[in-house]
Write a protein that binds this ligand. Sequence first.
Ligand SMILES: [Mg+2]
Length: 140
Amino acid sequence: MTDILSQRCPLHILIAEDNQLNWRILQRILKKLGYESEVVENGLEAVRAVEAALADAQPYDLILMDIQMPIMDGITATQEIFSRFPIDQQPQVVIVTANATPEYVEICQQIGTHGLIQKPINKQGIADTLESCYLGSRKT
Ligand SMILES: [Mg+2]
């Protein structure tokens, strides 16, 4: 019997990634783990999507956030989300980057992201991250 991660760890997930090949791969991995996800292609759209989802009472639990995107980068978008919305309404943010330099790791810790995933992504790495986010987001 297959263990469907999404049944054990349900999460509403947003992908913020400007590279179509990258977001298609990520979305396919999420699908295999049982998750539907929405995609936006820049940081400003991510902020707006969080706002819209809250207005619809369907808040995101997690954003998988690229750093380098047009219009607004992922770091700025994350800071905007964390400053604009009340803490109990904020999604967790995991940065997904090909460029996990020590500097970026430190920035991610400073701004309060849940973690950082190094590209190229793989199914196990994503699954581990989702499980960790789910466990971390449970408010008991
Ligand atoms: Mg990018």
